[in-house]
Ligand binder design. Structure first.
Ligand SMILES: C[S@@+](CC[C@H](N)C(=O)[O-])C[C@H]1O[C@@H](n2cnc3c(N)ncnc32)[C@H](O)[C@@H]1O
Length: 211
């Protein structure tokens, strides 16, 4: 079985719990604002990739009600949460490793807390796919759990649900972005939310398609 399938099944079974826990967090708002400010003038198409219950899409829609906003995830239950919680967006079931299957070019992509579920080859493939669906000068806001690569592997919750996580240091995440054809606008490290199941230091990077 694809190692990512069990991770997605875990998110799918726990979508409502995840949504109640994380949907209303405001600690990333300043990063969302920086992303919105970096977009080109005029009509924009935005993608919330690995959207979960649509936390990011909700903020973007509230500030840019004119934008086409697509929220995409591989979990149907997460997409149901996003659809119910964020009126006016499009939801699509896709695998991050195949984003170009959407057939849409975006001015901005927010990829929040999805990268760590991909092994090295797939993580690079996802970043290349994001690059491919961005318009020239398009903007990427990436948030990812960071950590020591040696801690990568399965994590089991108290219910016995498993996810497979791949940890990377912030510098490696940014090197991967540069290798995929992005130039870094700004990057910072932040603590995981106080209510997170596992405490971590996370990296948030704003980047622009350059190649
Ligand atoms: C930690 S949640 C992040 C949700 C939301 N972006 C946030 O910041 O709260 C990770 C999400 O990635 C999704 N995911 C995992 N693997 C995926 C894949 N291959 N393609 C699309 N989504 C995937 C899961 O279903 C889950 O909704």
């Amino acid at each position: 079985m694809d190692y990512n399938q069990e991770t997605v099944s875990t998110f799918d079974r726990n979508a409502a719990i995840y949504a109640d826990k994380y949907f209303d967090l405001s600690q990333y708002d300043s990063h969302y604002d920086a992303f919105l400010d970096a977009l080109p003038e005029g009509e924009v198409r935005l993608l919330d990739l690995a959207c979960g219950p649509g936390n990011v899409a909700a903020y973007l829609k509230a500030r840019r009600s004119d934008a086409l906003i697509v929220a995409a995830d591989r979990s149907d239950a997460m997409l149901e949460q996003a659809k119910a919680r964020v009126p006016g967006i499009e939801v699509r079931n896709i695998d991050c490793r195949d984003v170009s299957a959407l057939g849409i070019t975006f001015h901005g992509v927010a990829f929040f807390f999805g990268l760590s579920y991909f092994n090295p080859d797939d993580a690079n493939a996802v970043l290349n796919q994001i690059h491919r669906v961005l318009a020239p000068d398009g903007v990427l806001l990436l948030a990812s759990v960071a950590g020591e690569p040696s801690d990568s592997g399965e994590q089991t919750t108290k219910n016995g649900d498993r996810v497979f996580s791949f940890y990377r240091r912030p510098a490696e995440i940014n090197s991967m972005l540069v290798a995929a054809g992005f130039s870094i606008i700004g990057t910072s490290t932040v603590d995981s939310p106080a209510n997170a199941s596992f405490a971590s230091t996370d990296v948030i990077t704003l980047a622009r398609k350059s190649g």
